[in-house]
Design a protein around this ligand. Structure first.
Ligand code: MN
Length: 331
């Protein structure tokens, strides 16, 4: 049995601001290549790691273009909903989204905790999903942990920040190292973190994130990576996988604008400088006052003209909440 995994296609009709190519044409070509590959390999199913669409209810004209490519896919398409597929990142809204609608119609199959089983007489595969929700990376790791039952191989498809290494305090994430010993999935296939990482093998299990099929931002990490999909091969008792770099993708420097890249590096640096100041305040060093929240609010007040104020505010608020929580734990 063969399964193809792709993730974070972010289907949309408008080009992201950093792209210099015909974004929709490139995306169409990539989808065509994936469909062709899946058909040539006669895969039993295609698994999608979420963020199929960039918006929960995308425009039908652009989406219809993509549908003309996807309808040629011979295998069923199993999808775990990502945050972009949902309204307000809320799984309860799925039935009001295009993805939920397509699932109800039977055009695609929505993956969730309830496993489905694929059996070709040679191997029996369990497939489950962890759809995105706002607490998926809050610490328990429960969403990433599955039981293997009545099958030869278990595959778990997730849309959350399941990462190979620590990313500091700025984002919520779950470490593969904290999951590997507990989950029984032979293959955990992950989306959400667009840059992907090299395949991780821990405790006899694979953790794979090939990265998003599209490069939406012009960060240095995006410019240097190559959009890829993964094919799993199961044959009786053996399981292996292969990464396919898409031929239709172009080198990052051809499709992503350098000016925008430098600009975004500059803005990231500016934000980092500011957040460094905030960290100093929150660690209560370098300031005579002992009421860091008052200082924090005053600093934020002075930042209102920054074009990135909303983002800075959100980041600061999150970090501040974490600091308070930590203080609470110590106290
Ligand atoms: Mn995404």
């Amino acid at each position: 049995m063969r399964l193809l995994f792709l993730t974070d296609t972010h289907l949309r009709g408008a080009a992201p601001r950093n792209r210099t190519d015909d974004f929709v044409a490139t995306l169409m070509a990539k989808l065509r290549e994936v469909v062709q590959l899946a058909n040539e390999l006669s895969v039993t199913a295609v698994l999608h790691g979420g963020d199929v669409f960039d918006l929960p209810v995308p425009g039908l004209a652009a989406t219809g273009e993509f549908a003309t490519v996807l309808r040629d896919l011979e295998a069923p398409l199993y999808i775990v909903p990502g945050n972009h597929d949902l309204h307000g990142q809320n799984p309860a809204t799925l039935m009001r989204t295009l993805l939920g609608f397509l699932g109800r119609w039977g055009v695609v199959r929505i993956l969730d905790r309830t496993p489905v089983y694929l059996d070709d007489g040679n191997v029996r595969v369990q497939i489950s999903g962890a759809p995105y929700h706002f607490a998926i990376d809050d610490g328990s790791g429960d969403d990433y942990i599955v039981k293997k039952q009545n099958c030869d191989v278990a595959v778990h498809v997730c849309h959350g920040a399941l990462l190979h290494k620590s990313f500091g305090l700025m984002v919520k994430y779950t470490l593969i190292d904290d999951i590997a010993a507990v989950t029984e999935a032979d293959f955990t296939l992950c989306g959400h973190y667009h840059l992907g990482y090299d395949d991780v093998y821990r405790d006899g299990k694979w953790f794979i994130n090939p990265g998003a099929l599209v490069r939406l931002s012009a960060s240095p990490g995006e410019i240097s990576r190559w959009p890829s999909v993964v094919v799993l091969f199961f044959d009786g008792s053996t399981a292996r996988h292969e990464t396919y770099k898409l031929k239709s993708a172009k080198p990052g420097h051809e499709v992503l604008d350098r000016t925008a890249i430098e600009d975004s590096v500059f803005r990231a640096k500016k934000r980092e400088d500011f957040l460094q100041t905030v960290r100093q305040i929150t660690s209560k060093t370098g300031f005579a006052r002992t009421d860091p929240q008052a200082i924090l609010l005053r600093v934020l007040d002075g930042m209102r003209d920054d074009p990135d104020f909303a983002q800075i505010y959100a980041e600061v608020t999150r970090i501040w909440a974490e600091v308070l929580e930590e203080e609470g734990e110590k106290g």
